[in-house]
Ligand binder design. Structure first.
Ligand code: SF4
Ligand code: SF4
Length: 493
């Protein structure tokens, strides 16, 4: 009777995704590295089924979302415009200045904790369904390849065929299409930074008028082409850090794509007495974009793309068996044990997620339509003469709105006798502009009693909000002034 050991994965029958001289995938090595270090190029077969359809719909929605963001105006700006030159970042109607970049830390931390929590529950659902690498490869570049070169079998045959004019023509057409698509998405990407009309303006003019951008675009198009035409699954297997930390984030209760060994083994052709449900057709291997055999168990190379589920379900249906031999389940579930969704790991991750989301929410809620800062002028920290002690500051007001605004600058908590000059009221700041004004604080020498703090406030003239900064008024130690005064009195006597 065949067993998992005595019946290793058979050579891929009919339409293999590997070259003829490649061995079947095993756990002993990375599937896309041969013993001699070279890389076998994969030719995964296409799948059909409910999960493939669902993933296609999700990918379409994500692609439309990605492509439409630079076109949709919100508050007079594209929904997403990262204006690096002006240091203004417009996100869904909110405008962030360079001074707001500290928020990014909290937002990224919140997103990171969300991903960790989702991974602990649902494994690599992000990789299989929403990661841009998967979306672009599986739903843009791979379909182009199928359209031009044919199915997996035809692609492999073309790859192994001797050089010919026909092979050159097909390959040239495919790579030309790749370059055009890569250039299209790169220009769209540029629109996130300079807006669509500006991209159009650049495209309509000679490259010599914007050499820097042109070289960047050419390089980025080349990188995109390289990744999707050749490097492909290597991004997930070799480069992506998220894939590398999977084993630390998941456990036996995490939902993964797995093979039901109890039901499938021992493998054998339909009708073989005593054989399990796996008919050893290798269809699950043929469709795998990372070339692994899911029947060996959970592997780091599995990007959770669901292709093997649909492929196997199709085989099960054709052979009159129930689908689900390969399915979404936890390792426990596959072993017919109970899957626990609430466990210490998910509780801790959830608390971290809540903390991260709360802090990110708070950070975003503190954003005001203006920023301001008070800095001491360069040079001596204070100036002292016979009658006064003086501190000189610069007040920098940044208007993040799309129309000019007037701001009032005030000094609060000032001790008696403090005189302010410099910045005149109100300060008019142009739309998305910034203004720097001097602020001079002067205290009578006779009333000066040592270092103190004052509050500088900047308020929108309409009274809709105000911002405040505490600044330190510096001067000599009060004791020194008293001693000096005493000495002068003695000298006078
Ligand atoms: S597709 Fe299903 S039946 Fe065919 S080899 Fe894979 S697990 Fe076995
Ligand atoms: S094992 Fe299945 S889910 Fe994992 S990458 Fe291969 S085809 Fe996709």
């Amino acid at each position: 009777m065949p067993s998992a050991e005595s019946n290793p994965v058979p050579p891929v029958a009919g339409r293999p995704s590997f070259r003829a001289n490649d061995s079947a995938p095993s756990l002993d090595s990375v599937t896309t590295i041969r013993p001699d270090g070279s890389r076998p190029f994969l030719f995964p077969a296409a799948t059909r089924g409910r999960l493939t359809t669902a993933r296609r719909i999700v990918a379409l929605v994500l692609l439309v979302f990605y492509m439409s963001l630079p076109w949709i105006p919100v508050n007079g700006h594209p929904a997403v415009l990262l204006d690096l030159v002006e240091r203004r970042f417009h996100l869904f109607g909110l405008t962030f200045a360079a001074q707001d970049m500290w928020l990014l830390f909290f937002v990224l931390t919140g997103l990171g904790f969300s991903l960790i929590f989702v991974t602990a529950l649902f494994g690599r659902i992000w990789c299989g369904w929403a990661c841009p690498q998967t979306v672009f490869l599986e739903h843009v570049f791979r379909p182009i390849e199928r359209l031009i070169e044919g199915d997996a079998f035809a692609r492999r045959q073309l790859d192994e065929a001797p050089k010919s004019w026909r092979r050159f023509r097909i390959r040239a057409l495919k790579h030309a299409a790749y370059v055009v698509v890569a250039a299209f998405f790169t220009h769209l990407y540029l629109a996130y930074f300079v807006s669509v009309p500006e991209v159009w303006h650049m495209v309509s003019n000679a490259p010599g008028e914007h050499w820097g951008v042109f070289v960047f675009m050419a390089a980025y198009t080349g990188l995109t082409y390289f990744i999707f035409a050749w490097f492909r699954e290597q991004v997930c297997i070799v480069i992506c850090p998220y894939g590398r930390i999977q084993s630390a984030l998941t456990d036996d209760h995490t939902l993964v794509i797995g093979y039901d060994q109890r039901r499938g083994e021992p493998r054998g052709r339909a009708g073989t007495p005593g054989a399990g449900d796996c008919v050893a057709c290798s269809r699950c291997v043929q469709v795998c974009p990372t070339g692994i055999d899911i029947r060996h168990g959970l592997q780091l190379e599995c990007v959770g793309c669901t292709a093997c589920i649909d492929a196997c379900d199709d085989v099960m249906r054709r052979t009159g068996r129930a689908p689900g031999l390969i399915r979404y389940d936890s390792q426990r579930g596959l072993a017919k044990e109970r899957t626990r969704w609430i466990r210490p790991r998910t509780i801790v991750y959830f608390i971290l997620l809540l903390a991260g989301a709360s802090v990110a929410g708070w950070a975003v809620s503190t954003i005001k339509p203006a920023n301001f800062g008070v800095t001491r002028m360069t040079g001596a920290p204070y100036i002292i003469d016979a009658v006064s002690v003086r501190n000189q500051f610069l007040v920098r007001i940044v208007n993040k709105r799309h129309e000019p605004r007037r701001f009032r600058v005030a000094v609060e908590r000032a001790p008696e006798g403090l005189v302010r000059s410099g910045v005149a009221e109100p300060v008019e700041v142009p739309a998305l502009g910034e203004v720097v004004r001097p602020l001079i604080l002067q205290q009578e020498r006779a009333r000066y009693a040592g270092v103190f703090f004052v509050l500088v406030t900047v308020a929108d003239e309409t009274g809709s909000f105000s911002l405040r900064r505490e600044v330190e008024f510096l001067g000599p130690e009060a004791r020194l002034l008293r001693e000096e005064k005493e000495e002068a009195r003695r000298a006078h006597r």
